[in-house]
Design a binder for this molecule. Structure first.
Ligand code: RIB
Ligand code: CA
Length: 312
């Protein structure tokens, strides 16, 4: 029984690796990709999503573009981390087609409304599209099978000591999302910084044919994540997709998460209260079995590489 997934993302190197994992894992039915401005501008995040899906052998996964900027704040990209294109040093063939007509918000609402309880919504970029979707359709939290984000941190941030990039980029959107009535499964820096593409991992990627040589390795080679002083970049977004299909990789603790939107030095902070009385709004990932994570991820990439290399 496969799990239907919509991935809202801002490719972005680790988003690209998350897309490849979702395509490669047999337990995931990839219902669609929606894109948002974040790591790079919307035109590039959309082009990158199309290129990665096609390169990985799934040109039929619909890609729908969303918001070009945060709700209120100016768009502040992370090109210094993901490179000017958003895919680091990876240069992929042009995809056979462009994005679907329409807006990501409408795609998310329509697909989830048509299949209540069936679709897991995963967000690995700023939460602008998600915030507007739940504002337009407040019943979305009732209809999703699950809602997972790569974002936030119960501890330190990565943009500054307080804030993680996806939340920092659009804190007003994140505040709307965390107060929409669902339980947010928050895969934050607390665990993603322990999912590093080590030298041994990258050595394994060399055996993945063009998936390794044309996408993964050149992308990772230019992934200048601010937490990466080791040359072993964290694959943050892959964690969110893995959590959908391999729940035992992560351990969760219920919490009340509030998003700071007015702090001079703390805007975008996910203020995480594990002791709050009353009902929690989040399950915060507080541990990761990193060995199991990489077993699943590299196994999936290996089978994807095999299927890709069979094609002309
Ligand atoms: O902080 C890491 C997150 O910000 C990842 O999703 C990365 O792709 C960037 O969007
Ligand atoms: Ca991302």
């Amino acid at each position: 029984m496969s799990t239907r997934v919509i991935l809202d993302c801002d490719p972005g190197i680790d988003d690209a690796l998350a897309i490849a994992f979702a395509i490669g894992h047999p337990g995931i039915e990839f219902t669609g990709i929606t894109t948002v401005a974040g790591n790079v501008g919307l035109a590039k995040t959309t082009a990158n999503a199309l290129a990665v899906a096609s390169f990985a052998g799934a040109p039929g996964v619909p890609v729908t573009a969303g918001c070009p900027a945060p709700l209120l704040r100016p768009a502040l990209d992370a090109g210094h981390v993901h490179g000017e294109s958003g895919l680091g040093g990876a240069v992929l063939p042009a995809p056979p087609h462009g994005p679907r007509d329409g807006h990501a918000i409408d795609f998310i609402i329509a697909e989830i409304a048509a299949a209540p309880g069936e679709i897991t919504l995963v967000a690995t970029g700023p939460l602008t599209n998600i915030a507007l979707a739940v504002r337009r359709e407040p019943r979305l939290p009732e209809w999703v099978r699950d809602f997972v984000i790569m974002g936030g941190s119960a501890g330190r941030g990565n943009v500054n000591p307080a804030a993680e990039y996806n939340i920092w980029a659009d804190p007003e959107a994140a505040a709307i999302v965390f107060s929409a009535g669902w339980t947010v499964r928050m895969i934050g820096l607390d665990v993603t910084l322990r999912a590093r593409a080590t030298a041994a991992v990258q050595e394994r990627m060399r055996s993945f044919g063009k998936l390794g040589s044309e996408l993964m390795l050149p992308a990772l080679a230019q992934y200048a994540d601010s937490n990466d002083s080791t040359g072993e970049p964290p694959v943050h977004d892959v964690c969110a997709v893995v959590s959908v299909i391999e729940p035992s990789v992560f351990t969760y603790t219920p919490a009340l998460v509030r998003v700071e939107t007015t702090g001079t030095w703390t805007s975008g902070m996910t203020v995480t209260d594990f002791e709050a009385t009353g009902s929690p709004n989040a399950l915060v990932a507080t541990d990761i079995d990193a060995d199991k994570f990489w077993d699943v991820v590299l196994g999936t990439y290996g089978s994807l590489a095999g299927s890709m290399d069979q094609r002309p």
